[in-house]
Design a protein around this ligand. Structure first.
Ligand code: G4P
Length: 547
């Protein structure tokens, strides 16, 4: 249709100058992040508002539709839908204030999943959303632990200020004590719930009034400069103003001022207050984010650090996902670009296999829609079509044999034995499990001393997903039964002889994972502890790096 042509043309025109500018400038413009939060804190709502500011969507409500599919975890049709849709919403790229923002979506399951962990390995910073009534919740604590593994810089948005919640000071206190990170408030709320009048920007010395139905752009908001400005007392009431002054005196004395270095080191989080659903306080957050959040940073490989400024392309795959039509088994591998420039048609080497591939049709995610990308820069994510040859953790380069580190498999905490209802489907079951574990949907283990297939997961919903997909995509009707395993450890030992001895003595508890690595499946925590004490030369690892 003509409307479509116009918009496509428009985008091309808009990005022509970008394509021509240098790799270095492009790299510095990138801001790649993910939102971490407990379900219902407002991640989806905030995402939508950020996309609105970025001009990536025209209307509120379009992200919300995806959310509906996400929540109905018992409805497998909805799950299907989510899997399809989330390929397009996995990466949302939009320009804002001269920067290119890449927002990486984390899976929205009510359940905790490994996918989320791995998305966090592909970002340069994170945004934490907290519900002001609920404070720091369990999922946020877990996600924060993952961020801490890489000292990921974190900004915080305390949401739902239009409702009554804990006091702002109490909230900061909770973040500091529960999450162990210093708080530097950048905005401060004036009232809360029905008494919400606005926020005060501590660094800009501006009061932004809360005006429901407005606040969509800075131009659209009433901003009062300074606490002594005439008209402020009138706008928010002299009582609220007196209260604000009192609180600010307290806060400025007791809290940390914003400082870039500790923020970049993951030791201090700038804090914003607002209401995502009212779009209030969101632009202040976004403005601050694009200015201070880090661009692409150097990344470790097994042999050396790779700097984003290097001109040779490198990247790693952090996620694999079934595409719209699972019947065609068309899967998309998401690769984070770490250095160099990707351009359509170039050759890349998959270092795990040494194979050279020409990539002509990688997906990009500009304007919340898929289109063939011509170029991508460090910080960007491209979607590679995958027919089962690409695995999570794979490194791609222009020829140098590098392997990026830090994309982990986590030791599962839940285990099931797969049992076939139709024994003739064994081959299909094995194939299905191999492919699903390659996607990271589950982990699977083959014990050394039996023909069993044992599945491991971090969240219990993973088993349901696997059962559903085995049936739907591989025609296998499998049941999962309890099995006497409580945790797994990847086993390493420098001394090959010692390892062999360990293997002989503990064969009953040992298995191979999908990649052929040796794993100890512990029947109890006590057993694990005793075994570790008995075999001090053996290293028992709770994560396995994809290799
Ligand atoms: P999530 O992705 O983190 O799970 O949260 P989501 O954005 O879906 O928000 C969860 C609920 O909180 C939604 O209500 C949403 O409208 C509401 N919400 C988000 N931001 C605010 C806010 O600033 N103030 C208030 N009062 N509510 C907020 P819901 O009832 O589940 O959905 P809906 O019927 O409103 O769409």
């Amino acid at each position: 249709s003509p409307a479509w042509r116009l918009s496509s043309y428009h985008w091309r025109l808009l990005f022509l100058p970008i394509a021509m500018s240098t790799h270095l400038d492009e790299t510095r413009r990138r801001r790649t992040f993910a939102i971490i939060s407990h379900p219902d804190a407002g991640k989806t709502t905030l995402t939508e508002k950020l996309l609105l500011f970025g001009g990536a969507i025209q209307m509120a409500g379009s992200v919300k539709g995806r959310k509906a599919a996400r929540h109905a975890t018992s409805d497998w049709m909805a799950l299907e839908k989510e899997r399809g849709i989330s390929v397009t919403s996995s990466v949302m790229q939009f320009p804002y204030a001269g920067k290119i923002v890449n927002l990486l979506d984390t899976p929205g399951h009510a359940d905790f999943s490994e996918d989320t962990y791995r998305v966090l390995t592909a970002v340069d910073s994170a945004l934490m959303v907290i519900d002001c009534a609920k404070g720091v919740e369990e999922r946020t604590i877990k996600l924060m632990e993952v961020c801490r593994l890489r000292d990921t810089p974190i900004m915080s948005f305390i949401n739902k200020l239009d409702r009554e919640g804990k006091s702002p000071i109490e909230l900061l206190d909770e973040v500091e004590s529960v999450l162990g990170i210093a708080c530097a408030p950048v905005t401060w709320p004036i009232g809360m719930g029905k008494r919400l009048k606005g926020v005060y920007h501590l660094l800009l010395d501006e009061v932004h009034l809360f005006e429901p139905g407005r606040n969509f752009t800075r131009q659209d908001s009433t901003i009062i400069n300074g606490l002594d400005a005439p008209g402020l007392a009138e706008a928010i009431g002299s009582e609220a103003l007196a209260e604000l002054r009192e609180e600010l005196a307290l806060v400025q004395g007791a809290s940390h001022p914003f400082d870039l270095d500790p923020y970049l080191a993951g030791k201090l989080t700038p804090v914003f207050f607002g209401s995502a659903v009212n779009n209030f306080g969101v632009q202040l957050l976004l403005d601050f984010f694009v200015e201070h959040a880090p661009g692409p940073r150097p990344r470790a490989t097994t042999t050396r650090q790779v700097h984003p400024e290097e001109d040779q392309l490198t990247g790693f795959v952090f996620k694999i996902q079934a595409n719209m039509d699972p019947a065609h088994r068309d899967r998309v591998a998401f690769m984070r670009v770490c250095s160099g420039t990707y351009s359509a048609g170039m050759k890349m080497v998959q270092t795990r296999t040494g194979k050279e591939v020409r990539i002509a049709n990688a997906l990009t995610f500009m304007a919340s829609d898929r289109e063939i990308v011509e170029r991508a820069y460090p910080g960007d994510v491209i979607g590679l079509h995958n027919h089962g040859t690409i695995a999570i953790g794979d490194t791609f380069t222009e020829g140098e044999m590098l392997t990026f580190t830090g994309i982990p498999n986590f030791a599962p905490e839940l285990f099931r034995r797969a049992r076939l209802r139709d024994p003739l489907k064994m081959k299909a079951l094995q194939k299905g499990l191999a492919q699903l574990s390659e996607e990271g949907a589950t982990q699977f283990f083959r014990p050394l001393t039996s023909n069993e297939l044992i599945l491991g997961a971090v969240g219990v919903l993973q088993f349901d997903v696997v059962a559903y997909r085995l049936k739907d995509e591989y025609g296998v009707d499998a049941a999962f039964e309890p099995v006497g395993v409580v945790t797994a450890r990847w086993v390493h030992c420098e001394d090959a002889k010692k390892l062999e001895e360990f293997r002989d003595k503990n064969a009953l508890h040992l298995a191979l994972d999908a990649a052929g690595a040796l794993v100890y499946l512990a029947p109890s925590r006590v057993n694990l502890q005793l075994t570790q004490e008995r075999w001090p030369q053996i290293r028992f690892a709770a994560t396995r790096e994809h290799a």
